[in-house]
Design a protein around this ligand. Structure first.
Ligand code: NCD
Ligand code: ZN
Length: 372
């Protein structure tokens, strides 16, 4: 059954989707999480916040090779690399990155805003020549949109960032392609919806967890570190605004999981790390969020069409099928090589959709038969 047939369909077949924002890490953690992302998505924009960060095209090429080597045998998955912007990224690096053909965006972390952002930008004024180069050659800037001023309330940091940083930046560089990442507030959704921008010049990614949960989830019956991410979950009206944006059919809004794995003990401690792990069940979570408002027929565009269009990439050829059917999420995903485990978001809870898993070749065969 194709997605357009019914908003209450029991199965949904969509073009293989892209993840517009994911953390794959490196080494043993990479090996543990990559099969999940590669099963769910055909391509993904890979975050560069390794330690040390991926700041040069050479490092991005090497990281890409490590990802390709860690892929399961039958997987068909393309990592879309990014560079980590610093105070000292030279404009020549931007040209070099573009010429490589494997770097698709530059990531701006305000220094100190989130996990592994210490090497990020301390003042935007240090990056003007670099932004000029990006604007000129059309390499998008991906923005972690939160101010870092400790006197600003944590729950207001995205809104303040839009007013104080993002809007002035976009006025200074009207041709710069910008993605406001993992938006969490009504203000962000409205800004992206209403801002004047050339076609394909402004976008926003939305995570599954920000569509499904509000900030109560972090405190329900005790503090729950696996629901702690940055930008932090907000109040219910903000969640509603994000659901409206994601299901609106506006091509500026597209899928980005921000799946951010951390070893269990790094989250369950006095100063637990920020990041929710959703790569295992991302599409199921998105299906749940879209289904809850009767908008399953909008999922394919959000997941498989608008992100590719923003990046000027062809649409993927295979398909995936989601079926309605309850299953229970594992409590944890063992990572024996690192003597740890990762807790998926919603561990131990049931979920109402299941992604059917068959090889990409079989996907193609099925899709071919479906249209014959
Ligand atoms: C991310 C991580 O762990 O790398 N954490 C998170 O809470 N989202 C960093 C980020 O994207 O902010
Ligand atoms: Zn992220």
């Amino acid at each position: 059954m194709r997605s357009s047939e019914s908003a209450r369909a029991d199965s949904l077949t969509i073009t293989r989707p892209d993840d517009g924002h994911v953390h794959l890490r490196d080494g043993t953690l990479l090996a543990a999480v990559l099969p999940h992302t590669a099963r769910q998505f055909a391509r993904a924009i890979i975050m560069p916040n390794l330690q040390p960060p991926v700041t040069t095209t050479e490092q991005a090429l090497a990281y890409r090779q490590r990802i390709l080597r860690a892929l399961p045998e039958a997987a068909e998955f393309e990592p879309l690399m990014t560079l980590y912007l610093t105070d000292h990224t030279p404009p020549e690096e931007i040209r070099h990155a573009r010429a490589s053909g494997i770097v698709h965006a530059i990531k701006l972390y305000p220094a100190g805003a989130t996990t592994h952002s210490d090497a990020g930008v301390t003042e935007l004024s240090k990056c003007m020549k670099t932004f000029e180069a990006m604007q000129e050659i059309g390499l998008p800037l991906l923005v972690h949109g939160e101010v870092t001023d400790p006197s600003i309330d944590l729950f207001d940091r995205e809104k303040v960032f839009i007013d104080q940083v993002l809007h002035p930046l976009r006025r200074a560089f009207p041709g710069l392609k910008v993605v406001l990442e993992h938006i969490t507030t009504q203000e962000a959704a409205e800004y992206v919806r209403d801002a004047e921008a050339a076609p394909n010049a402004l976008g926003a990614t939305i995570t599954a967890h920000h569509l499904l949960y509000n900030r109560n989830a972090i405190f329900q019956g005790g503090i729950r570190p696996h629901y702690y991410c940055l930008p932090i979950l907000k109040r219910e009206p903000h969640r509603h605004a994000l659901v409206r944006a994601a299901t609106s059919g506006n091509p500026r809004f597209f899928l980005g999981t921000d799946s951010a794995p951390h070893p269990r003990e790094a989250k369950e401690r006095a100063r637990g790390c920020a990041g929710c792990y959703t790569a295992l069940h991302a599409l199921e979570l998105y299906a749940q969020a879209f289904d809850a408002v009767g908008a399953l027929d909008r999922l394919e565009r959000f997941a498989s069409v608008y992100g590719a269009a923003f990046y000027g990439l062809p649409r993927n050829t295979g398909a995936v099928t989601l079926r309605r059917g309850t299953w229970t999420l594992p409590d944890q995903i063992p990572v024996p090589a690192a003597q740890t485990s990762i807790c998926p978001l919603g561990a131990g809870e049931t979920i109402a959709w299941r992604l059917e898993h068959f090889s990409v070749r079989l996907h193609k065969e099925r899709v071919r038969r479906q249209y014959e």
